[in-house]
Design a protein around this ligand. Structure first.
Ligand code: AMO
Length: 553
């Protein structure tokens, strides 16, 4: 067959030139050439100013300690008339005639920066400043000036920066997913509000709002004070595995993973391991670590991954020894958290809340006949309210008495061994606040039916256990108990609750080589932060929350 491509082609017809078309093309070419010339001229001009303004050279570890920076928070009137080098975020920028203004911010603080055309500042620099996208990071060399009138829109009211040089270190996208102004608005304020999912999708932007930023600083403090108090009280920090071979809390709420051809699970709590650690002769242990719960609970207080603050310790005689530590710990934590007034104000401005009351007023103790355990004063209070001592004054109520208190308002009365649901828990918190004036309380002697297999029963009544929960503003933040340290008793109790301990043989065996009597508790870190701050959703205090609907970002 012949190749059609190789076949001789007829000569191409002479192309007719359309004079109108040619003229149009020539005009276009001239326009493009003119534009290019202008761009080249501008580029040449900008290159000439490269040292004064423009895009900063990529930071790539070429120099080291070659410049001295000052942060926006560290600026002050003491620096007036000095030249400073600041790297900060651009909050706003605006050009006004031959002048340009910017608000630069970093952390809690902001400062006004300005430039005006003069012999050192070309008009091009004013244009440049006017078009830097908000949220970009810039590096500014500036002269610090005092202000004649206080500047009310920035935290530094008495100083202003006169920009000498400005370079963009990292330019922000011009369109933001939301404005910080909108995301800072209180629920009851007029104006646009930002949907919470939208905020979570760009958490790094949301965290630039004062309240969100302060929440994560408070979260850090909660962990810091937790650690500090326990270390000061002879506790030793431990790290238990998060990949384990059997469910730690029993039940079905456990994430299963493939593990080299067999099944493994994500730890639902460090429970079994913190107890085993004690049997290795460390008398008091604690852990701050991730905890995983495969609970399909789409509520304001459930996460599938949260931070567990866990404590376990030897006891000599009574689980009250653990509660005394818990009280000391929370008292220390709350007292120290209250000192962070700047953060608390930032949070309160967007999410108004009442400060937490965790100590019963002394007059209430006398008036109600609240018992004082350390002074062996028995309660005459109708609900047998007790405190450890007159200094700590944190309320303890037996579970059955909580039911009695609830029954004063419930139409459908509960029995002493019924489980208190979330709604009634809230109601109980309200009743306790009304009667005892506190937002924090401990309830002890929970019914056996609602506690895990490792919980020690009450000697006087097997229907109840040596266990407790702690509540803030009517919501659980912690639970714990005296544990069973006798293997046979542990197996017996597990059997009666239909929990198979075969996969936890090592745990049971840990009590066969001489076991210390012990107890402890586990605290949900996010719950503490949320409820201390009176917030309505645990996702506000979890930086990148994990719930049944969310595994990104
Ligand atoms: P518990 O299961 O009650 O007890 O958990 C202890 C505390 O952890 C918090 N918490 C949660 N926080 C966020 N999302 C969740 N899904 C979630 N589930 C629980 C609560 C709770 O009080 N091993 C025992 C503790 C112990 O006895 O030491 C345990 O894990 O604040």
């Amino acid at each position: 067959m012949s190749d059609p491509a190789a076949a001789p082609q007829p000569p191409a017809a002479e192309k007719k030139v359309n004079p109108k078309q040619a003229e149009k093309e020539a005009r276009k070419a001239a326009r493009l050439a003119e534009e290019k010339a202008k761009a080249d001229e501008k580029a040449a001009l900008l290159a000439q100013y490269a040292d004064t303004f423009g895009t900063a050279e990529l930071i790539q570890s070429l120099t080291y300690n070659s410049k001295t920076y000052i942060t926006v928070p560290a600026l002050s009137a003491a620096l007036v008339d000095q030249t400073v080098l600041v790297r900060a975020r651009v909050s706003t920028t605006r050009k006004k005639g031959k002048m340009a203004f910017m608000v630069l911010r970093d952390e809690h603080d902001s400062v006004q920066a300005m430039a005006a055309v003069d012999e050192k500042v070309p008009k091009e620099m004013i244009d440049f400043i006017g078009q830097v996208p908000c949220e970009s990071i810039v590096e500014v060399q500036a002269h610090v000036c005092g202000t004649a009138q206080p500047i009310t829109s920035t935290t530094h009211a008495d100083i202003e920066l006169k920009i000498e040089k400005i370079h963009v270190v990292s330019e922000s996208q011009r369109t933001l997913p939301f404005t910080l102004e909108d995301a800072t608005r209180r629920e009851d304020e007029e104006g646009v509000k930002v949907n919470f999912d939208t905020r979570l999708a760009t958490r790094w932007l949301d965290m630039r709002t004062p309240a969100s930023n302060a929440i994560f600083r408070m979260q850090s403090r909660v962990c810091q004070y937790f650690r500090q108090y326990l270390i000061d009280n002879d506790f030793c920090e431990i790290h238990t595995p998060k990949i384990i071979s059997a469910a730690s809390e029993g039940g079905a709420n456990v994430f299963k993973l493939g593990y080299f051809g067999r099944d493994a699970y994500l730890a639902q709590s460090p429970q079994l391991y913190k107890q085993m650690a004690l049997q290795g002769d460390i008398p008091r242990v604690f852990e701050v670590g991730s905890v995983f719960r495969a609970e399909n609970s789409n509520t304001h207080r459930h996460l599938t991954e949260f931070v567990g603050l866990d404590v376990e310790m030897r006891i000599s005689e009574h689980y009250y020894e653990v509660l005394d530590v818990a009280e000391g710990l929370f008292n220390y934590m709350f007292e120290h958290l209250a000192t962070h007034t700047k953060e608390l104000e930032d949070i309160c401005r967007q999410y108004p809340f009442e400060p937490l009351v965790w100590k019963i007023p002394e007059e209430k103790i006398r008036e109600l006949g609240v018992g004082v355990i350390s002074d062996r004063v028995e309660p005459t209070d109708q609900y047998k309210g007790r405190v450890h001592n007159l200094e700590s004054r944190m309320l303890r109520l037996y579970y059955p008495d909580c039911i009695d208190l609830l029954n004063t308002v419930l139409t459908e009365k509960m029995s002493h061994v019924d489980d208190i649901n979330t709604t009634n828990e809230k109601l109980l918190g309200k009743l306790v606040k009304e009667r005892y004036g506190v937002d924090f309380f401990i309830s002890d002697r929970f019914p056996s039916s609602v506690r895990p297999f490792y919980t020690m029963s009450c000697k006087d009544d097997e229907r109840f256990t040596n266990s407790y929960d702690m509540f803030i503003r009517g919501e659980e933040i912690s639970s714990g108990a005296q544990r069973i340290h006798v293997p046979e008793l542990l197996l017996e109790r597990a059997k009666s609750l239909q929990v198979d301990l075969t996969p936890c043989k090592d745990y049971v065996d840990a009590f066969r080589l001489g076991a210390w009597p012990h107890g402890g508790f586990g605290v949900g870190m996010e719950r503490v932060v949320m409820l201390y701050l009176g917030l309505g959703n645990v996702r506000l205090v979890s930086m990148f929350p994990r719930d049944p609907q969310r595994v990104t970002p």
